[in-house]
Design a protein around this ligand. Structure first.
Ligand code: ATP
Ligand code: ATP
Ligand code: MG
Ligand code: MG
Ligand code: MG
Ligand code: MG
Length: 269
């Protein structure tokens, strides 16, 4: 229809809430797979980490970043992904529901769209879905702490899961026995157990498992003759808790001054 106004029914439009978010704050959208404990079982994911399933998540996130140019960084681990929109973004007039639903549905459809390619045509038994939330962070330090929080989470979970699944798959313990074995242990104990029992140096495991995946936009010169700089979306598996990451990628926070965000927590151990 469109054009001039309209019917006597049109007043119902006024019942829609204005949900545009504050100006000048970081907008973070985090998605998380619903019931992926079950989903990963039903689809026979390798434990503790199915590389293909992680890459499928990464490809779905790249699809979102290709669509939304204002996402400066995305961070994924396990069945979750966070998208960081630049503070000044005006996409959808910063309307929360529009942002959240577009990102969540595009991510989900890209996950399903690319399933066969990344999961070797494994039968998809039911449609996966993802929940989503919008969180606003006023300061750069808040944003960094958010990303540190998610990265600390993958560290804690992955160390536990690696120990757990080695006890189950290598030592033949039951799930309950493995759980009991790990109850009350600290990080150092789990590192020690992995090394002495299974000869695994935890720090040598693939960085994608230990650190998750950070998607960044980078300008890349394709060849020496090429005056053309192409923008690519590049996956890295660096430690965002360390100061170094933010020094290596000063463009992310814009008006970054060295020392402004010095953190006393020197990475993960
Ligand atoms: P926006 O992103 O703003 O929603 P849009 O192109 O989706 O843009 P709508 O106002 O939502 O615009 O209209 C949907 C359009 O999709 C219709 O104008 C029509 O052209 C097309 N369309 C949707 N469903 C059908 C259908 N079953 N058969 C044919 N055309 C359809
Ligand atoms: P909820 O609906 O509350 O999020 P959930 O079952 O999805 O429940 P999460 O805390 O989100 O619980 O954990 C996701 C689970 O999915 C992990 O515990 C892990 O078992 C599984 N999982 C996700 N990705 C992978 C992967 N790449 N390889 C193996 N397992 C995975
Ligand atoms: Mg959840
Ligand atoms: Mg989940
Ligand atoms: Mg999760
Ligand atoms: Mg439409």
């Amino acid at each position: 229809s469109g054009g001039m106004a309209c019917s006597r029914f049109e007043y119902v439009k006024n019942y829609e809430q204005d949900d545009s978010v504050l100006p000048n704050v970081w907008i973070v959208i985090r998605l998380d797979g619903k019931g992926f404990h079950k989903f990963s079982k039903a689809h026979d994911f390798a434990k503790p980490n199915d590389v293909n399933a992680l890459n499928l998540m990464n490809i779905a996130a790249v699809t979102v970043m290709e669509e939304f140019r204002d996402v400066i960084l995305a961070y994924g681990q396990s069945d979750e992904y966070s998208f960081i929109f630049r503070k000044e973004t005006n996409v959808f007039n910063r309307r929360a529901a529009k942002l959240l639903t577009y990102v969540t549905s595009l991510f989900t459809s890209a996950y399903v769209f690319n399933w066969n390619h990344w999961m070797q045509n494994k039968t998809l038994h039911y449609p996966p879905c993802f929940d989503g939330r919008v969180v606003l962070y006023p300061s750069d330090q808040n944003l960094r702490d958010y990303l540190s929080w998610r990265q600390a989470d993958v560290h804690i979970n992955n160390l536990y899961n690696t120990a757990f699944w080695n006890l189950v798959l290598q030592s033949g313990l039951s799930n309950q026995e493995a759980e009991a074995e790990l109850r009350g242990t600290f990080s150092a104990d789990k590192n020690e157990l992995l090394f002495t029992k299974f000869g695994i140096n935890y720090n040598k495991l693939p960085p994608m498992f230990r650190k998750g995946t950070i998607l960044l936009r980078k300008r890349v010169k394709i060849s020496d003759h090429d005056s053309l700089n192409r923008q690519l979306i590049v996956p890295v598996h660096d430690d965002m808790i360390r100061e170094k990451f933010w020094k290596d990628h000063t463009e992310l926070l814009g008006k970054y001054k060295p020392g402004d965000y010095e953190t006393t927590f020197d990475g993960l151990s």
